[in-house]
Design a protein around this ligand. Structure first.
Ligand code: BG6
Length: 492
């Protein structure tokens, strides 16, 4: 549904990597599709003293290779962008921003709508939010919305402090906390798979599901982000947010509707049912690792630029998570994520229990394999359901047959990217695909326990770049009689 959205969008961190790689292309696609058209302006702020012309060139460069980025369209789009050099700690600078916002509001007849996007170092989020309020950047006659990038804190205490400072300036229904995984097509599709198919609805619980596995494997290493990554590690970078959100989507009860409140309530019930970890549980059920080069030209993590030679930052995590929710008693959620793994792929596999009654035993089939459903989130997008069937032939032998579907590569290329989805949602005032404080609270409190257990120990297994993590990750599942489900081929 295309409905033009009117807004003055202010991006704090307008010269940054995220803005260039994700936000400008996403805004351009919204423009191309008519969601942004005539009644919008974007103010980019950062410390550097840029002119509007220079900034517009940056915008144009960031769109190279984007679908529809022909020069007239790029030029027309970029003409809506304005640059304001800004020191986030200087109150006077917000006065300048306020004047520019209302000038642009008049020029583009925006009607008072304001979207503030925080795409810079999180230590500034609180101070920006409070200045927005104290220097009267909030508009009286339209909406005021705050979009916040991750990381939202680095533990429960800092997340709470950040949340309190933002809440002092914005109400919860004005806050849009980004977890870009919630903007991904196949993550959104989880709800469709679960709640639009009676065949899955009927069996989505501990009676029928043996375990759930979530792998977020990355091929890249730490790249140029060591400064940030050294303060985070894989646990904070990927588990507290993306993986926990995926668990919530896989496990949540059916919400009454797709409204933000109904979905958040359902997710919250799951995240608040994360089974509390004792220090022993945490040490027993979570494995960390750090990559080392597999060949002489591949650096070890500790040799990467900006990484301390004695760094204890994990680039890999695997864990076994349990929920106390009655639908999920006894069902482990095995999760893992890491840099420099075999290949980039996000896969969610639901392993069902094998059928209890085996009428095929008399004809030689002593064990029936379990069904499984895999959702391929990216880069390939699709589903695989493995069922049992009869093998061709005179004898009655049971075999496993995968029913496979993958979205076509062209269709994927034309589908909206996560940031496009999320920006459109924020402009339309739809908070469903954003995270709420109680979700963050529950996940930080859980993850803090793992961190504490690790901080009390020096054990840091290594794994070779290009592998699926340290041996300890396989051993973790073997201990429970399980093994990792993983499709290693790129395009089956
Ligand atoms: C980000 C992490 O949140 O997600 C990065 O900070 C990671 O370290 C990225 O590379 C992965 O996102 P995607 O969309 O490529 O799976």
């Amino acid at each position: 549904m295309t409905q033009e959205q009117a807004s003055v969008i202010t991006i704090f961190g307008g010269s940054g990597d995220l803005a260039r790689r994700k936000l400008y292309p996403a805004l351009f696609q919204l423009y191309r599709h008519g969601i942004l058209r005539d009644h919008f302006a974007v103010i980019g702020t950062a410390r550097r003293p840029w002119s509007n012309e220079y900034y517009r060139d940056i915008i144009a460069t960031s769109l190279e290779g984007e679908a529809g980025a022909v020069s007239d369209a790029v030029h027309a789009f970029a003409s809506h962008f304005y640059y304001q050099s800004h020191d986030v700690t200087d109150a006077d600078h917000y006065v300048t921003l306020r004047k520019l916002s209302s000038e642009l509001d008049d020029r583009y007849q925006v009607g008072g709508n304001r979207l503030f996007y925080m795409a810079m170092a999180p230590r500034f989020f609180g101070i920006i939010a409070s200045h927005i309020r104290s220097e009267h950047l909030l508009s009286a006659n339209g909406y005021n919305r705050l979009v916040i990038e991750k990381p939202f804190g680095r533990d429960f205490a800092s997340a709470k402090e950040l949340n309190d400072s933002i809440n002092a300036a914005f109400d919860e229904d004005q806050i849009y906390r980004i977890d870009h995984y919630l903007g991904k097509e196949m993550v959104q599709s989880l709800m469709a798979v679960r709640f639009a198919n009676p065949m899955f609805k009927a069996v989505w619980n501990h009676d029928y599901i043996d375990n759930v596995q979530i792998t977020l494997a990355e091929a890249v290493g730490v790249e140029e982000r060591a400064g940030y990554y050294e303060t985070a590690g894989a646990l904070r970078d990927m588990v507290q947010n993306h993986i926990m959100q995926l668990i919530a989507y896989v496990a949540m009860p059916e919400p009454e509707s797709l409204t933000p409140n109904a979905v958040h309530q359902a997710k919250r019930s799951i995240l608040e049912s994360l089974k509390p970890l004792t220090p022993e549980d945490a040490a027993e059920n979570f494995v960390r690792g750090q990559y080392v080069g597999d060949t002489p030209d591949q650096p070890d993590y500790v040799q990467e630029e900006g990484v301390a030679a004695d760094s204890k930052t994990e680039t890999f995590v695997a864990g076994r998570i349990e929920l106390t929710d009655s639908a999920w008693t006894g069902v482990p959620f095995y999760v893992r994520t890491g840099k420099h793994m075999t290949r980039k792929s996000t896969q969610i596999t639901v392993n069902f229990k094998p059928t209890k009654q085996n009428i095929f035993a008399p004809v030689g089939c002593n064990e029936l394999a379990a069904n499984s459903l895999t959702i391929f989130v990216e880069p390939e997008e699709g589903y695989r359901l493995v069922i049992n069937g009869k093998q061709l032939g005179q004898d009655f032998h049971i075999g496993q047959f995968p029913l496979n579907f993958r979205h076509d590569a062209n269709a994927i290329a034309n589908a909206p990217e996560a940031y496009e989805h999320l920006l459109q949602d924020a402009l339309a005032g739809n908070q469903t695909n954003f995270t709420r404080w109680h979700e963050l609270k529950a996940t930080w409190q859980y993850v803090d326990k793992i961190r504490q257990a690790w901080d009390a120990s020096d054990v840091m297994p290594t794994y070779k770049s290009g592998s699926m993590g340290p041996d300890a990750a396989a051993a973790l599942l073997a201990k429970y009689g399980d093994h990792w489900s993983w499709d290693g081929s790129a395009n089956d």
